[in-house]
Design a protein around this ligand. Structure first.
Ligand SMILES: [Zn+2]
Length: 374
């Protein structure tokens, strides 16, 4: 249970660099480099440029190996300077120790069955509207069972795993279907003949994994099934344009254990596409993935120097946290929430709007791509 506790850095005054656990990415949260430090540098505070809320990166490079520097600089130093370092219990979202969460933590440390067992397979297979070949294809994606080179290399060592299309990245399922420039070209192909469709397709990249694994039941219960029959271009009545002087940025995230993806799309009051962004990252929870999507939306707004934005997504827990009390921010998204808040200062106005879960249609769209890509 020892590694369930770490220091959340605000000003770094309370935390000893080598003795205290404060690197959330490390298993024991400690700095593994135990080489002696200059005696005037002992607290995390000494690694921060005074009055700047920035890490002293040259000093970090002097003291630590690159992987540790990366872990440290990933900690966001928020602008709320009066906040103190806080000891956080990682056994639950609140960061406060409870015997219940400790007990659950001990239970979870036991060998467990596959995470796949939680997936609503009965509902998945009862979903009769999808063509059988597409159904099977989605099932393969969920199990990472597509014969991409990275998967093949698990059985045949020393084969070249470079993508056969772009020759730049490793050919993983994620890359081949969603990230490769070639698959992006396919998305812009003839079946997607309006700019709105292309936009949906881009956004789709971030959606499939979560939609596949978690939302079949939601989609069905929300009556999304009828939309699957209506073709690929139906979004009318779902996306509402923003007010005249606002830009609407739609955000969403996808999450499976250890992998996350987020997307953001900006449109004006005429529905005109202005820009979009996608990102993939290591994620430990869907809450973190949704927070990163929100941050991506804010960054997109900053990049295009919008004045007034509406961030529209389906994660009310994230927006509630952004607008709520700093003391109630779950430890796992503390850094991201502060980045969202600080980014908010660069706009005249930011509104957060809730929309229900997105469309299962994107799944079908992607599954259709197998014929073209594979
Ligand atoms: Zn590629």
């Amino acid at each position: 249970m020892e590694n369930k506790v770490f220091w959340q850095i605000s000003n770094g005054e309370k935390v000893h660099i080598l003795k205290d656990p404060w690197l959330v990415q490390q298993l024991d949260h400690l700095i593994s480099n135990r080489s002696p430090m200059p005696c005037e540098i002992d607290h995390v505070f000494d690694l921060i440029i005074p009055h700047s809320r920035s890490w002293n990166v040259p000093l970090l490079h002097e003291l630590f190996p690159p992987d540790i520097v990366e872990c440290i600089t990933a900690i966001y130093l928020n602008s709320e300077v009066d906040m103190e370092d806080k000891l956080v219990w990682t056994g639950n979202a609140s960061g406060k120790f409870s015997t219940k969460s400790c007990y659950m933590g001990l239970l979870n440390n036991r060998p467990s069955t596959s995470t796949m067992s939680a997936f609503p397979w009965k509902i998945f297979w009862s979903f009769s509207i999808i063509l059988p070949k597409i159904h099977i294809f989605i099932w393969k994606i969920i199990h990472n069972g597509i014969a991409v080179k990275v998967n093949i290399s698990r059985f045949i060592p020393n084969i070249d795993t470079t993508c056969r299309f772009c020759h730049q990245q490793k050919e993983s399922t994620l890359h081949l279907l969603f990230l490769c420039p070639r698959s992006r070209m396919v998305l812009n192909d003839t079946t997607l003949n309006s700019s709105a469709d292309v936009l949906e397709a881009t956004f789709c990249e971030t959606m499939i994994i979560r939609k596949a694994r978690q939302n079949f039941n939601l989609c069905i219960s929300e009556g999304e099934t009828s939309r699957v029959n209506t073709g690929l271009s139906h979004r009318t009545g779902i996306w509402e344009p923003p007010e005249n002087n606002y830009i609407k940025i739609n955000i969403d995230a996808a999450f499976i254990p250890n992998n996350g993806a987020a997307g953001a799309v900006a449109r004006d009051h005429n529905g005109m596409f202005l820009g979009c962004g996608t990102i993939t990252f290591d994620a430990t929870s869907s809450l973190l993935a949704e927070s990163i999507a929100c941050k991506l939306g804010m960054k997109l707004g900053q990049r295009f120097s919008f004045y007034r934005i509406i961030i529209e997504g389906d994660a009310t827990n994230v927006t509630d946290t952004v607008l709520g009390d700093s003391r109630n921010i779950p430890w796992c998204i503390n850094s991201v929430i502060h980045q969202i808040r600080d980014a908010g200062n660069s706009f005249v106005d930011v509104k957060f709007v809730y929309v229900p879960k997105a469309l299962i249609i994107w799944l079908t769209l992607y599954a259709n791509l197998q014929c073209t890509i594979m």
